[in-house]
Ligand binder design. Sequence first.
Ligand code: ADP
Ligand code: MG
Length: 231
Amino acid sequence: EAIAVDEAVLAGLPAGNLNEAESKAIFARFGMPVTREHVAADADAAAAAAHAFGGEVVLKILSRAIAHKSDLGGVRVGLTAEQVPDACATMLETLRAAGAPTPEGFLVQERIRGGIEMILGFHRDPQLGPVILLGAGGVAAELFQDTALRVLPITRADAEAMVGELKAARLLRGWRGGAPADIAALIDAVMAFATMAGAAGERLLEAEINPLFVLPEGAGVRAVDGLVVLR
Ligand code: ADP
Ligand code: MG
């Protein structure tokens, strides 16, 4: 459930890019469902966290300096706890070779399965002002310009209309026998994101969830990645 929060949520955070864990913690304060995850300072702590999760986990590099983790080998989906230490070492080595700064640590999180990947974005357009964007994620995002844009603030009816105008709406409703996705939860997520953008204050420059997994009806949504940019 969303709780009443305001710009105090950004107090103490630095200007510039926040890392994934910091960004999603802000989203969660506004009622956005996010992956269960654990911040680990080093490879040993990451392995311990993976053991505690049990089963397959996702391992990511945690760094304010890296907005696109996969570009630097910083995302591994579906690791066992036994595979985590080597994966951590490889990630650090890749960063070192690329001349990237020392990361804050690692993020160990649950693996989300079976959803449709969407994108939610917020930025301040020089002409339009604060705008929110909803689009298809993953491969579809690159193939088709499938996005819906609104100037804030928006109503729930606006959020519903945004979903409806996407080509991906057909996919969400259940394409060729596929299970219908949780569109009600997606609309809740759009509203939570819009509320955050309105309430977080002038320091919030940009925010993005890419991807947001929309699970089958009744199973909700999960923000799998997150980026907040502050001024
Ligand atoms: P990047 O910084 O490169 O955008 P992401 O955190 O978005 O990194 O991860 C890259 C891709 O890996 C995602 O688009 C998604 O397809 C997959 N992925 C990441 N985290 C998870 C997760 N917890 N469960 C399932 N798939 C994931
Ligand atoms: Mg991403």
